[in-house]
Design a protein around this ligand. Structure first.
Ligand code: RAT
Ligand code: ZN
Length: 416
């Protein structure tokens, strides 16, 4: 059906954004059967590392990170609640996210009834709650981050625990790329004969290790987060690991390589996960990787706002490069809006607008509520301009384009 009037077009678009199932292509969720690895509930929401970092910008000087980390989770959550929410207004995106989530769950956040909210969570069952959250967020599936170099994660796979259909795997390989000796030690404990040096035999064994893991968990892609200094080609050992291990496995198994570039790890180590920072990265490294490896697909996101325009231009040059998400410090409304508009203008609907990066199951609710609103507003503006220019899209085309930026082009890219 052609949408011949502008308000029908706007309505169709907004309805499509509200109803289209989303594929969340990067999270830190785990199957409920993996026990404690799956974080959920109000105390986990309140102690999200974004909020812990915020706590230490407002907390009294007597409260040190060292003392904070020794407290039980609930006491940590109380401190965030008191200082970030009650005393300082809950104005950040991470704080608003907690409010959106609890409100969408029909809990009494307006009444600030933290005790009642905790009681409600104490009565939930992880499996049922997972289904409820996926329904509320409107997801078809989410991609996990599965690290074969982390023993607590490996133990769950060794035990053969079940994985629900709505969670797909991604094989995380930061340790392999950035810290060969530690990766080699892990591989040796998994019956690979990998020496501390990057020898031909070590590379064979590492390729075998990755291939075995891919067989076990069926990942959609290989993934790593990298520092701003990441360069390619370069003399550093990581470039050799990429050339001799990662790219051959990606080619052989037909798996894309996801690169998240620009994190300055442990800027303030006392804050744990909340202590990482951002640096401006080198987009040329991505261009060189894409140019030198036309038969490997790259999924790329960058952490610095400064890199976003150059990265969009790069994506216009390489069919083997797919841009995704507004990562971490870019996952704020003003920046999501800017990046989404920029990507649409430079790339059309051939990118993945966002990923949640959810570490706590419940965060899916707010991350996608907030992103859907922005995607709807930006697409509405673009469709209105296109209408004014004389184009008349059909309802089906609008739905196709909405799905494209919410997971459709990601799936096409995987299948390419
Ligand atoms: O966004 C985050 O929660 C970060 O801490 C990281 O998890 C980052 O997204 C990563 O995957 O390394
Ligand atoms: Zn992440």
């Amino acid at each position: 059906m052609t949408l011949n009037d502008k308000s029908a077009l706007d309505q169709a678009l907004r309805q499509a954004v509200a109803q289209t199932p989303i594929t969340d292509i990067h999270t830190h969720l785990f199957p409920p059967a993996h026990g404690k690895l799956l974080l959920w509930g109000v105390d986990e929401l309140l102690t999200y590392h974004y909020l812990v970092a915020e706590l230490f910008t407002v907390a009294p000087r007597e409260l040190t990170p060292e003392a904070f980390w020794k407290l039980p989770r609930r006491a940590q959550a109380d401190l965030v609640w008191e200082h970030v929410f009650l005393r300082h207004g809950a104005l950040s995106e991470a704080a608003r996210g907690v409010v959106t989530t609890l409100n969408k769950l029909d809990l009494d956040i307006a009444g600030r009834n933290l005790a009642g909210i905790r009681e409600w969570f104490d009565r939930q069952d992880a499996e049922d709650y997972l289904r409820k959250v996926f329904d509320l967020a409107g997801l078809d599936y989410a991609v996990m981050t599965n690290d074969p170099f982390k023993s607590d994660e490996v133990a769950q796979w060794d035990a053969g625990r079940s994985v629900p259909e709505c969670l797909k795997a991604a094989l995380r390989i930061d340790t392999l790329i950035l810290d060969w000796p530690t990766a080699a030690a892990t591989m040796r404990s998994a019956d690979c004969d990998t020496p501390d040096q990057l020898t031909p035999k070590g590379c064979d064994e590492a390729r075998r290790f990755l291939t075995d893991w891919a067989g076990r968990i069926d990942p959609l892609y290989l993934a790593a987060s990298l520092p701003p200094e990441f360069g390619y080609p370069c003399e550093a050992q990581y470039a050799e690991v990429i050339d001799r291990v990662v790219l051959p496995v990606a080619r052989e198994l037909g798996l894309p390589v996801a690169l998240m570039i620009g994190v300055r790890k442990a800027l303030n180590p006392a804050l744990g996960d909340g202590g990482d920072g951002v640096g401006i990265a080198d987009v040329t490294a991505v261009a060189n990787l894409c140019a030198a490896n036309p038969n490997v697909k790259f999924l790329v996101t960058m952490l610095s706002r400064v890199n976003q325009h150059e990265l969009c231009v790069c994506a216009r040059k390489f069919g083997n490069l797919h841009l995704f998400g507004c990562w971490w410090f870019c996952n704020d409304p003003s920046i999501i809006e800017e990046i989404t508009r920029m990507r649409l203008e430079l790339l059309g609907a051939t990118f993945t607008a966002n990923h949640s990066d959810a570490r706590v199951l419940d965060q899916l609710v707010y991350k996608w509520t907030h992103t859907r609103k922005i995607v709807a507003d930006v697409l509405a503006e673009k469709y209105a301009a296109l209408y004014d220019a004389g184009w008349r899209p059909s309802d089906e085309e609008v739905k196709r384009d909405v799905r494209a930026v919410l997971g459709g082009t990601f799936e096409e890219f995987l299948a390419k």
